[in-house]
Design a protein around this ligand. Structure first.
Ligand code: NOJ
Length: 544
């Protein structure tokens, strides 16, 4: 039974659809709305509560769609607005809520506002919608300050008339000026546009970066950082208090609709700061990057879990849990490495070797851990199939702007964005019609990772996710918010939820006994011959 209550979002499992790579209905090699519509029943059967669709708006795709040129339409490669409307209706009929991605920190450089700003010249009202400045040095040929851009190079690009504009990401993604009331009004209108079409919420891109210190002071850092460094109390472009005013006005818009509309923040902030975004009159939830980045180590995970739940409980918000997304190395690959956490420089350091069998085993254990924790959870498309990161894509096909902007030294995020395998023994594996060529090549061995192959194997990752999601829906102990730690051996985690439900995770090197007087409900790997829980295994149990 689906959660139809007003507070569905507090425990929702949300499936991330990276639309370019989900399913290609028209055979042009790019995923699209037609492909998504034809797989909605797969998602309903998987047992998720909602889908979050990565940007599907018109865009030159300089950053995979995070460079939006029109916020009220659909990219022609993905379909048309009418199809989007049908998708929303069909998803709702299947009990799936629909969350879109909104990109308010920057537009595309092809957005008509930016084109207007370039044409109108220095000092014009058009330029005040973005962050234009004169350069430094006698002839203004030096950027206005020392800020770095996410994908490499300075955060400033010079225009033909000599002024510079700010872009925290690629030069094709100029940052908006959120001190300008016109920018605020425009985004409020965009939210209403999609809410009126029935979307249930938004994931807010770079929520922690929208407001800048207008003085644009120097940072004095050697490279771009996704969040303020320890000790940087008043960072000039991350996590400034001014963002909260914006989110309060967005919340008022969401709350003006009779049924619940929700926001989830992508906010990379220092420990303790996330709760500010989730105060009762601001956003509903936020991604838990601390959990995603944590090594699979019992003590470290216990600390992250405690901090996540407790910090957010102080403002009445639920925690969320996530293992992978379209920006990070897929966790099957991460967990097969010697170091299982995410370091910010991981992608620069080449590819540490990864044991895929071990990574898969750990991914199964992590999935049952994540889905047993109280609060919401995010599944990145393909993790339910056990997909790994494709680390050997030919250089000629790489599309992440990081590749070009790092002077071909950092390959970027394409390896987690390879189109999904659905059926059959050869590419495109049902991603598109036979004979079509997916926009990134799929590995040959993905024939054993297709949804079809997973379906045929009762021990597959897909069956594990389906079983876990079914139990989450049918077992009140898992959908509530009750949570308590219980004593367990070193290197393991043991916690209780409502209704006598327990979850035990063995991250040590030795098999451990199950807690006494319990019946197994679901296990990520079989128990050993002595009935012990093997290393890298999670079990859900009932207290007898
Ligand atoms: C975060 C998104 O997840 C990422 O894919 C994108 O490149 C940046 N924001 C910039 O929009």
């Amino acid at each position: 039974m689906r959660n139809t209550t007003d507070s569905w979002w507090r425990s929702a499992v949300i499936y991330q659809v990276y639309i370019r790579s989900f399913a290609d209905g028209d055979g042009d090699g790019t995923g699209d709305i037609a492909g998504l519509r034809s797989h909605l029943s797969y998602l309903a059967h998987l047992g998720v509560d909602a889908i979050w669709i990565n940007p599907w708006y018109p865009s030159p795709l300089a950053d995979g769609g995070y460079d939006v040129s029109d916020y009220r339409d659909i990219h022609p490669d993905f379909g048309a607005l009418d199809e989007a409307k049908q998708l929303i209706v069909e998803a709702h009929e299947l009990g799936l809520r629909v969350i879109l991605d909104i990109v308010p920190n920057h537009t595309s450089d092809q957005h008509f506002w930016f084109q207007q700003a370039l044409a109108a010249g220095p000092g014009s009202p058009g330029r005040k919608r973005y962050i234009f400045r004169e350069g430094r040095g006698e002839d203004g040929s030096l950027p206005p300050n020392d800020w770095h851009a996410a994908f490499g190079g300075p955060a400033w690009t010079r225009t033909s008339d000599g002024q510079w504009y700010l872009h925290l990401f690629a030069p094709e993604q100029p940052d908006l000026n959120w001190d300008n009331p016109e920018v605020r009004a425009e985004f409020e209108s965009i939210l209403r546009f999609w809410f009126d079409l029935g979307v249930d919420g938004f994931r807010i891109d770079v929520a922690h970066g929208m407001v800048k210190d207008p003085a644009l002071p120097e940072l004095g850092l050697p490279e771009f950082c996704v969040m303020p460094d320890e000790g940087q109390e008043n960072h000039p472009h991350w996590d400034r208090d001014g963002v909260h005013d914006i989110f309060r006005s967005w919340r008022a818009i969401a709350d003006s609709y009779p049924d619940r509309r929700v926001f989830v923040a992508e906010a990379h902030v220092r420990p303790g700061r996330l709760a500010h975004y989730l105060r009762p009159d601001e956003l509903h939830t936020a991604f838990n990057f601390d959990f995603l980045k944590s090594p699979l180590d019992a003590d470290k995970l216990r600390t992250v879990i405690d901090r996540s739940i407790n910090d957010l409980a102080a403002v009445g918000a639920p925690a969320t849990w996530v293992l992978s997304n379209h920006d990070e190395t897929r966790h099957v690959t991460r967990y097969g490495r010697a170091y299982t956490g995410v370091t910010t420089r991981m992608r620069d350091q080449g590819h540490p070797s990864s044991d895929r069998t071990l990574g898969t085993r750990r991914a199964r254990a992590a999935a049952l851990l994540m889905l047993a924790l109280p609060g919401g959870a995010y599944i990145y498309q393909g993790e339910e199939l056990g997909l790994y990161e494709v680390e050997d894509l030919p250089e000629s096909v790489l599309q992440d702007p990081t590749w070009e902007r790092s002077g071909h030294t950092v390959r970027g995020r394409d390896g987690c964005r390879v189109p999904l395998p659905w059926t059959g023994d050869t590419p495109p594996f049902g991603f598109g019609p036979a004979g079509s060529t997916p926009w990134l090549p799929q590995p040959e061995d993905w024939k054993s990772y297709t949804a079809e192959a997973n379906q045929a194997d009762p021990t597959s990752m897909l069956h594990l996710y389906r079983d876990a999601l079914r139990l989450r829906r049918t077992n009140a102990g898992l959908s509530g918010e009750e949570f308590r730690w219980l004593d367990s051996p070193d290197g393991t985690l043991l916690f209780g939820r409502g209704n006598g439900l327990l979850c035990a995770v063995n991250l040590s090197d030795e098999p451990v006994p199950l807690p006494g007087a319990c019946s197994p409900l679901l296990v990520s790997e079989p128990l050993d011959d002595n009935g012990l829980l093997p290393p890298d295994t999670t079990i859900w149990l009932y207290e007898d």
